[in-house]
Design a protein around this ligand. Structure first.
Ligand SMILES: Cc1cc2nc3c(=O)[nH]c(=O)nc-3n(C[C@H](O)[C@H](O)[C@H](O)COP(=O)(O)OP(=O)(O)OC[C@H]3O[C@@H](n4cnc5c(N)ncnc54)[C@H](O)[C@@H]3O)c2cc1C
Length: 308
């Protein structure tokens, strides 16, 4: 792992640094570049502004790895309130939600996570939108796909994420590329052992292309989550070659990352979905984004030392 990346990820777990960053006056502006804010109202306001620009949205209430049933319940309530808000403001057609099963009790009991995810799906259906299950580290992949299968029996639109860095993912793509199946393909964001994941980034990219081909050839609805210009171009070309029309697949990017590219793709007639995180637990998410790209860190450090 790059030394800067390790350093930032170590800072992510350090309480002194966490307090320093959270209370620094400029943090608010820097955080706001990547995170919609802390409240449901903040999330809805950012959603409105993106939808007004012709983009679609998936919202993530920040938090993960809950081993406390009270916190899991709090997360469910946050999603229910958000979905009601999206419906009330006429945004449910353009905005869905992304849920981490670890935030709704997966580490405590898979059955509890399923029950909680099903409550969020029921509300999403009532409001006229959808849910995508985020994918976390490889020890949770089988459990998450089992929960997905259960959810899809009642909510066939429930989506999942597959990570191209995992050696198993090409097979998972083939299994999930069925009628109506919504699959987000990303590179993968966790530190994984070489026994289960490709350590070389070129192999990850090659896997991404193979998986993209499988999804585009199948009958499902693929969602290509990447900021990588080469992969965006390849997906675009493969979709054309396979006669996949805009609207039969989509591109996804994170809030605050390559916003001009998001608008360019939308201008070409593609559905572009922006992943918008919000909530009080923004610190870990922000640190992961900074660790991914040194330029983001430089921007953040400059802002921290700047008086303006
Ligand atoms: C919508 C969405 C949902 C996701 N959900 C999950 C999930 O459920 N589970 C999971 O493990 N991971 C998830 N991820 C994260 C993902 O796995 C990657 O860690 C993350 O997207 C970085 O990979 P990348 O494909 O963008 O390419 P990278 O390899 O990070 O970057 C490739 C190239 O993209 C360009 N680029 C990247 N960042 C920037 C930037 N800030 N500014 C300008 N250019 C840039 C650069 O040219 C760079 O060389 C998600 C990502 C997205 C976009």
């Amino acid at each position: 792992m790059h030394p800067l990346r390790s350093l930032i990820l170590a800072a992510a777990g350090n309480d002194v640094i966490r307090r320093l960053v959270a209370t620094a006056p400029v943090s608010r502006d820097v955080v706001r570049r990547f995170v919609a804010g802390e409240t449901t109202a903040d999330a809805i306001e950012v959603t409105k502004s993106l939808v007004d620009k012709g983009l679609t949205v998936t919202l993530d209430y920040l938090g993960e790895d809950t081993t406390d049933t009270g916190l899991a319940e709090q997360t469910v309530q946050a999603y229910l309130e958000l979905l009601d808000g999206l419906h009330r403001d006429g945004l449910a057609k353009s905005a869905e939600v992304s849920v981490k099963l670890s935030a709704v009790g997966q580490a405590l009991d898979e059955g509890l996570a399923l029950e909680n995810a099903a409550r969020i799906c029921a509300k999403a259906q009532e409001c006229g939108t959808t849910v995508t299950l985020d994918m976390e580290d490889h020890t949770t992949t089988d459990s998450t796909l089992r929960v997905l299968a259960e959810l899809r029996a009642t909510y066939p639109w429930a989506g999942a994420v597959l990570q191209a860095y995992l050696r198993r993912t090409e097979d998972d793509c083939a299994r999930l590329a069925t009628d109506g199946s919504r699959v987000r393909l990303c590179k993968g964001a966790y530190a994984e052992p070489a026994t289960v994941a490709f350590p070389d980034t070129h192999d990850v990219d090659r896997s991404y292309v193979r998986c993209a081909n499988t999804l585009l050839r199948g009958d499902g609805y693929p969602m290509f989550a990447t900021h990588d210009p080469r992969l965006v171009e390849i997906v675009h070309a493969r979709a054309e070659a396979l006669d996949r029309k805009p609207g039969s697949f989509e591109f996804q990017m994170l809030y605050g990352i390559r916003p001009d590219e998001q608008l360019r793709l939308a201008g070409l007639g593609h559905t572009v979905r922006v992943y918008v995180p919000y909530g009080v637990q923004w610190y870990g998410y922000l640190m992961r984004r900074l660790a991914e790209r040194p330029a983001n860190t430089a921007f953040f450090l400059r802002a921290l030392v700047s008086r303006k």
